[in-house]
Write a protein of this length. Structure first.
Length: 192
């Protein structure tokens, strides 16, 4: 009875990448990070224009909140569905990421083209979140696969693990700092 071939493990991936030109590896990492940033930009697109939408659509506080919450709900539904259907293993990552990013962009672009209120905007924001479930985890995985092995080789696995906690800590510090900034409050339309 023959055994199925073993799936490649992270050390195998790291060994394969070690043979690549370092400049190529870092350029690829930079392009992946840029694609992830641009792909995820639609998440908060409605939040950026809430003051204008509030005036145009006469939104109250709950309407403003639902513009963002609908994306979060869509993302949770999309992530759950993607996991149940095992999409990340069934569809090549490049194809899943690209299709998901385009569909999230389309759902977002349809809001200024078709929506005159929350009735259409909320389902479109939900779809944005649903499609972003194919952007965020799918795009972040190759970034971490490429970033963690060199970091681990440099400082060891314990420090590499601790180093990865710095990102969320800096994000929290930035949010608390910005929350006290009058300029940030003006940008957020007085909310903050």
């Amino acid at each position: 009875m023959s055994r199925a071939p073993a799936l490649p493990l992270a050390p195998d991936i790291a060994a394969a990448e070690a043979s690549l030109n370092p400049a190529y590896k870092w350029r690829t990492l930079l392009l992946l990070a840029l694609a992830e940033l641009l792909g995820m930009a639609v998440w908060f697109s409605a939040s950026a224009v809430v003051p204008a939408l509030t005036a145009a659509w006469n939104l109250g506080d709950s309407g403003q909140a639902w513009l963002t919450m609908s994306v979060h709900i869509g993302f949770v539904v999309g992530a759950f569905g993607s996991a149940v259907l095992n999409l990340a293993d069934r569809i090549p990552a490049r194809r899943l990421f690209t299709l998901s990013a385009w569909l999230a962009a389309l759902a977002t672009a349809l809001i200024p083209l078709l929506a005159n209120g929350l009735e259409l905007a909320l389902p479109l924001r939900f779809l944005t979140g649903l499609f972003l479930a194919g952007v965020y985890p799918v795009g972040l995985t190759p970034i971490t696969i490429r970033l963690i092995p060199p970091l681990e080789a440099w400082v060891g696995w314990r420090w590499a693990f601790a180093f990865l906690a710095i990102g969320p800590a800096l994000g929290m510090w930035a949010m608390f700092t910005l929350r006290r900034s009058p300029a940030a409050s003006r940008l957020a339309g007085g909310r903050g």
